[in-house]
Design a protein around this ligand. Sequence first.
Ligand SMILES: [Zn+2]
Length: 297
Amino acid sequence: MGKSLGIHLTGRIATGVIEQQKPCSLLFHFPEDRDDADSLLDMPLDGLIDLVCEQALRATQDCGPIDAVGLALPGIVRDGVVEDSPNLAQLKGARMAEKIHRALSDAGIAAPVIVLNDADAIAAGVAAKHDRLDAFIRLWALGYGIGFGRYPYAPGIWEGGHCVVTLDSTENYCGCGGRGHLEGIMGHRAMRLRFLDMEPEEIFAHAKTGDARCREFERLWHRGLAAATANSIHMEGPGRFYYTGFNVRFLDMKLLQHYLQQMVTMSPLQNYTLEIVPMSDDLAVSGAAIAATQAAR
Ligand SMILES: [Zn+2]
């Protein structure tokens, strides 16, 4: 197996090529400006596909034949079809694998294309970076929404960010509209809705200086993540969990472990490990390319 192209499509596009399942070292971005993180959210589907192809060509020029292409995006993806994507609504129902494959073939890259949820791609990228491509890992991505990823890929929905962590019916800040969801507590967007007068950075800063409302929320935030992790342990067993995403900066690992110990008490299930991975753009790109390599075998 030779080279694979990874593409991460969110409010921006990141692309890169990997060889032999090694993490990607050279990334290309559109737009280049990191702060311009949501310029693609309103772009029509056809324009988005053209842009993805342009970026694919940019990343693959001068690097010889490409054997497989992996496209990671936020949403529920099955058999190359995006069944739903609340953050990139124009993708809903799109046969993305087919469309990208056709567009790339026309442009001279005739490799098989797989499409996967970006949290799964990040999990594969983390597995590669930590030299654990032979292990089972789970990952929480704490960003605008809350992503749950697993490696190796297994068919399923795995919308862990929307798991129910409270029966309080006033908990209704999740972008999907469902009540009691983890994302409704932890998601960046949800935190801004809850605290209309404060940014998430300020909430956690005020919690440190003793503000009662902010401290209570900080505890709820950690208990929510502990509950979701405990649920995953009770369903699929203990093992290795990674935490990443740009809001992993708010995670207090001691507090998370404290709550998790209260929630997972059966001794055969206590053999779990928790680790923070700083978010970097290469994780999803590498992971998408690795998943494509593995699928093409
Ligand atoms: Zn939800």
